[in-house]
Design a protein around this ligand. Structure first.
Ligand SMILES: [Zn+2]
Length: 144
């Protein structure tokens, strides 16, 4: 059970899809997601789910690009990354440690930031976003 991909629907948490698998599987999954995306938008009204469907779609493309170049990984060295689509952001989470990364995707400003992203490193510091846009607010530790 090494190359498994799970697609989950969690209406309670608002998490629509979870893609779990190794790097290559996730890439393929995102690949096919891109193709399905337009259809989904047309048929299932996904544009009502996402705050900004175009930005979400483009950001997903960017992440796909980054993953394809092997620049999506966790600080623990793992590249089993979960990808969760939320209404206004993309949540990347390491499967083997608590590290995570949130890619915001609800405004053109976010898209601009995402376009400048060359690599995504998941880190276990509770930091929601990169230093540029981080406000000095209290960090949230999950767990306790
Ligand atoms: Zn990790």
């Amino acid at each position: 059970m090494s190359c498994e991909i799970s697609v989950l629907n969690c209406p309670k948490t608002g998490m629509q899809q979870c893609f779990i698998g190794n790097d290559e599987d996730v890439r393929k999954k995102i690949d096919s997601l891109e193709r399905e995306f337009d259809e989904l938008i047309n048929t299932l009204g996904y544009d009502n789910y996402f705050v900004n469907t175009q930005v979400m779609f483009d950001s997903l493309n960017i992440i796909h690009d980054i993953a394809e170049k092997g620049n999506l990984f966790c600080e623990c060295g793992n590249n089993d990354i979960e990808l969760l689509l939320l209404s206004d952001k993309i949540y990347l989470r390491c499967k083997r440690c608590p590290a995570n990364k949130i890619i915001y995707a609800s405004s053109n400003e976010h898209l601009k930031n995402n376009l400048q992203t060359k690599q995504i490193l998941l880190m276990d510091d509770g930091q929601p976003l990169d230093a540029k846009t981080t406000k000095p607010l209290a960090k949230k530790r999950d767990g306790k």
